[in-house]
Design a protein around this ligand. Sequence first.
Ligand SMILES: [Zn+2]
Length: 142
Amino acid sequence: MAAPEKLSSKQPLPEPFEGLRIKEDRYFPKTCANCGKVYVNLEEFVNSTIPLPKSSGLMGYFDNQPNPVVALFRNCSCGSTLTLLCLNRRDMSEHGRQMRRLFDQMVEGMVQKGMPVAGAREEIRRFFKGHKTDELDRLIKK
Ligand SMILES: [Zn+2]
């Protein structure tokens, strides 16, 4: 088959996916259930699939995990959405630590303004994912 662009497995993960590793090795090779395309590893998966429109395709779960679990959504070239569970290494970078600190501070700030913890965490997750959060807007403007 013709593969003009060499999508070698050595290709590094692009920016937002840096530091991710798959939660379980058995995820690869991953086969698209719709068209049968096979992805041999995470690098090839990220580099050969199409990002979801208006989303990084990453959804993080911070709760009670030694490592945050990240769900990674990508579209296969056939249009089917594929999901992988990854781990994000907590200590991978100063940036990650800052983001977690910021997350905690934002939750605390919202709780102090009268929001329940669970709701605050949900809002801030949405915010981190780039969604508009009316609740957060409202609290920040207070
Ligand atoms: Zn497919």
